[in-house]
Design a protein around this ligand. Structure first.
Ligand code: XMP
Length: 517
């Protein structure tokens, strides 16, 4: 793999994704990694990410500089560029000139292999205080800016390169070219990491892991479980049974999509559990968000366990016990839980298919190394319908945490209709790519006066919460065109009798979260 060393900035995951977009497999590692650990991973290249601090700051993230002695092609970015400069004998100075945001960079000559094919003057995205004042011996300066005499450098013999700016962000005009130049031209790596190869590789691995045992999988209706289930099915066919719990908190058409379209396109053997009454029974009278989440999580596991036990008994009777459970864990989950960065538990997220203690299952997690966009691509190649693969993230507790107040069947029905209209109109307006997700929230305990026809109404408001995001950790509210908002508002107030007001949430995350509960 290409190792992306994470110095604690949010840019590291983005770099890892850009490397994969260039067709090369990448893996994130913490900056505390030692030279031996790096050597053991046998990387084909290393990229040092940006970081929040100055190399001179107290508590600045450290790095085992003997890693440079391993002679692995290396690209330093921003903080990583400065770490590299300092370790190899250059100087990093506090110039007092901060550069932040869009900056003009000028290539020296043709910019070397790293900047080859990009224009002499280009717009790059900067975010730094210190600067590299002198490149290490043996290095050529490849670009400069007004404030930074050494904005990029390279040593072609050692295959060491660095840039002060952030080529991984879309605001840097030729960022992806630079990353590809480093990978393909400087380090000589072929672009052979494709979703087709990932599928092949995973199928072989799953077959080996499972043998002739049986496997179950919990389908949530979301992208991750849909793709992991389909992938496992592709590997072992009817040794797999998928279980879908309908908790009554789903969106309009979701169950049908899973039961009809998903099954038709994948051939997965599916059992649906009707659990609406049980869930709504336990949610009656509950308004506290965390309590709702706990109840939904617990009931989900109960419903799933019940079917699981039945299947286990059946399998035992037939002499091929169930030994594995499929989970749609993604790479960001793995990185976050292994990173130990002490992120506060803001909301108790629950993932489907929590393991009961007394059942001894192994886990199959075929998406563990993948990012969401890669998972979608694999889903498409497996033939899963776009309506499922392209689906926006939807929380496990479903509409239950989008009704502010008690969750009841009637309220769910109202919200389901409004939500369907919003999804329809956003898709019709071509906004699906721009919008990460758009929760529709029913303020069920709030009423306001309206007028419709000749009559006074006293109905509920809904809140539209369209957000743009790369990873849901941070988000900004999406500037949806007024005409689209007008259409949504018109349709909802006309078509959903109990709603007489449509409002827009214009808060970023932080300080707000994406969901309201
Ligand atoms: P927040 O509201 O914390 O949401 O900004 C971040 C992302 O996570 C989704 N979300 C959940 N997903 N179970 C899930 O599987 C949950 O309990 C849950 N709560 C929030 C949310 O939709 C957004 O994409």
């Amino acid at each position: 793999p290409v190792l992306v060393v994470d110095f604690g900035a949010q840019y590291a995951q983005l770099i890892a994704r850009r490397v994969r977009e260039a067709g090369v497999f990448s893996e994130l590692v913490p900056h505390s990694i030692t030279a031996e650990e790096v050597a053991a991973k046998n990387p084909v290249a290393i990229i040092l990410s940006g970081g929040p601090s100055s190399v001179y700051a107290e508590g600045a993230p450290e790095f085992d500089t003997s890693i440079f002695g391993l002679k692995i092609p290396t690209l330093g970015i921003c903080y990583g560029f400065q770490v590299m400069a300092r370790a190899l004998g250059g100087t990093v100075a506090k110039t007092g000139h901060r550069e932040y945001g869009a900056t003009d960079a000028t290539l020296t000559g043709n910019g070397g292999v790293l900047l080859e094919g990009t224009p002499t003057e280009q717009n790059v995205w900067m975010s730094h205080g210190d600067s590299v004042a002198e490149a290490p011996e043996g290095f050529e300066v490849l670009a400069t800016t007004d404030a930074t005499p050494v904005a990029a450098f390279g040593n072609a013999d050692a295959c060491f390169y660095g840039v002060q700016w952030h080529p991984e962000v879309k605001h840097s005009d030729h960022g992806q070219t630079i990353i590809e130049n480093f990978l393909h031209k400087a380090a000589g790596l072929p672009a052979d990491w494709t979703s087709g190869n990932v599928i092949e590789e995973q199928i072989a691995k799953i077959r080996e892991q499972v043998g002739s045992a049986r496997v179950i999988s919990a389908l949530s209706g979301g992208v991750d479980s849909a793709v992991s289930t389909a992938l496992v099915h592709r590997a072992i066919g009817d040794q797999l049974t998928a279980v879908f719990v309908d908790h009554g908190l789903l969106r309009k058409g979701e169950r049908e999509q899973v039961e009809n379209d998903y099954v038709a396109s994948t051939g997965v053997r599916l059992i649906t559990v009707d659990a609406e009454e049980t869930f709504l029974g336990h949610l009656a009278g509950v308004t506290d968000p965390e309590t709702k989440r706990k109840i939904i999580g617990r009931e989900f596991i109960r419903a799933f366990e019940k079917v699981q036990r039945e299947l286990v008994d059946e399998a035992k009777a037939e002499g091929e016990p169930i030994k594995f459970l499929v989970q749609g864990t993604l790479y960001p989950d793995v990185v976050e839980s292994g990173g130990g960065s002490g992120t506060a538990n803001i909301k108790s997220h629950h993932n489907v298919g929590g393991l009961p203690d007394d059942l001894d299952f192994g886990l199959i997690e075929p998406l563990r190394t993948l990012f969401k966009d890669e998972v979608r691509q694999i889903g498409r190649e497996l033939g899963i319908p776009e309506a499922i693969v392209g689906r926006q993230p939807f929380p496990g507790p479903g509409l239950g945490i989008r009704i502010i107040g008690e969750v009841t069947k009637d309220r769910l029905e109202i919200l389901r209709e409004a939500d369907a209209i919003v999804r329809e109109e956003l898709t019709a307006a071509g906004l699906d790519q721009e919008i990460w997700q758009c929760p529709v929230v029913l303020l069920a305990d709030v009423r306001s006066v309206g007028v419709q026809g000749d009559g006074r109404t006293y109905g509920h408001p809904v809140v539209l919460r369209p957000v743009s995001s790369e990873d849901a950790m941070t988000a900004d509210w999406t500037r949806v065109p007024y005409e689209t908002l007008a259409k949504i508002s018109n349709r909802i107030t006309n078509e959903v009798a109990e709603i007489n007001r449509v409002t827009l949430d214009v808060t970023s995350k932080p300080p707000a979260t994406i969901e309201w509960e």
